[in-house]
Design a protein around this ligand. Structure first.
Ligand SMILES: [Zn+2]
Ligand SMILES: [Zn+2]
Length: 356
């Protein structure tokens, strides 16, 4: 947990309130360390009150269920989603559940044991813990054949990246795609582009190791953005202007590069979480949004409904289409979260996974 702004993460005993009728207690088996957890730390809480329980990419086993829960039972293996449409708001009822802003979540039930204070949970999950409480609808069953320390990746990074390619951009087969930023989410966009049948998949990054990983996950070309103009290099590698460009860094400069890469009718998807108060200046006319008729959009968690999308990702893992094993570059314990943050910052891992 993060106890206060500016502090390192601390491992402490936690305690639980009784479950609400729609809630479940999950004994976690594994959790990926996502960049958003680091974002919470470096933004001094990301707007949440302290203390904060980190982690939102977890999988585990259901231990107890509330009185009204019928979708899962004790001993079910589940992956926990942080993004579950309510099914009842006007947006859900008009048929756009991926745009729902009233997610189904559990009440705060986890406390810091030493003083009984409720913990705020990152993205209503809190998976850097031996146990957590979530809404039953957040728990998506995992088949026995999928190890939980791989299934956890689906919860955030993989669903976001693959979803950006398939759901946000709806990449057409045969198209030219560029991905700027090849961490876990960017590599998942690469996989999504490959699954969609893209013909050229151009990976752009500053780190040779990440470009090498991108090739392993399906990129056809790699552009080292440290040398020369990445926009011209990506267009040259793809053999022409891109149909889709994904910005998976979260910086104004790379958003502008993505707009420069696409051709007429191209689509730019912003996937990276931008810094608070950031702005971007983009050309409108020559080579810009208006003249090129660019579609500019952003991706929120893969723009998907987990109960439909997670099982599809799991089937793709089982038939070899989606590669998860290769994404786990480091297995760590609950005491190693700060080390995982350092490894993430230095760009030497795809994903660190905490084994609980
Ligand atoms: Zn995440
Ligand atoms: Zn809704």
């Amino acid at each position: 947990m993060l106890n206060a702004a500016g502090e390192s993460v601390a491992v402490e005993p936690i305690a639980f309130d009784d479950l609400g009728d729609d809630e479940i207690l999950v004994r976690l088996a594994a959790s990926g360390v996502c960049h958003t957890d680091l974002h919470v730390k470096i933004t001094n809480g990301w707007g949440m009150p302290f203390p904060i329980l980190l982690g939102h990419e977890g999988a585990g086993v259901v231990e107890h269920v509330g009185r009204a829960v019928t979708s899962v039972r004790p001993d079910d293996r589940v992956v926990i989603s942080w993004r579950v449409p309510c099914g009842a708001c006007a947006i859900c009822r008009r048929g756009d559940p991926v745009l729902c802003q009233t997610q189904r979540v559990a009440q705060p039930r986890v406390r810091r044991a030493r003083d009984g204070q409720h913990l705020a949970r990152v993205l209503a999950t809190g998976t850097f813990a031996t146990r957590t409480v979530v809404h039953a609808a957040q728990a998506i069953p995992v088949p026995r054949a999928i190890p939980l320390d791989k299934a956890c990746l689906i919860a955030c990074g993989v669903a976001t990246g693959v979803g950006a390619a398939l759901n946000t951009a709806k990449i057409r087969g045969g198209s030219r795609v560029a991905i700027i930023g090849c961490g876990a989410v960017g590599l998942s966009v690469v996989q999504g582009a490959r699954i969609a049948g893209a013909e050229r998949i151009v990976a752009v990054d500053l780190t040779p190791q990440k470009l090498e990983w991108a090739r392993q996950f399906g990129a056809t070309d790699a552009v080292d953005a440290r040398t020369g103009d990445p926009v011209a290099a990506a267009r040259a590698a793809a053999g022409g202007p891109l149909d889709y460009a994904f910005e998976v860094v979260g910086l104004p400069a790379t958003v502008a590069q993505a707009v420069g890469m696409v051709g007429y009718g191209g689509t730019v998807v912003i996937v990276g979480v931008p810094p608070t108060d950031s702005t971007v200046t983009l050309p409108l006319a020559r080579g810009g949004l208006f003249n090129k008729k660019v579609t500019l959009t952003s991706c929120s968690g893969g723009d998907m409904v987990p109960s439909e999308f997670f099982p599809r990702l799991m089937r793709w893992y089982l038939d070899g289409t989606l590669r998860l094993d290769e994404m786990v570059t480091r297995e760590i314990g609950l005491d190693d979260v700060e080390d995982a943050f350092a490894a993430m910052t230095s760009g030497t891992v795809i994903r660190s996974v905490i084994r609980l």
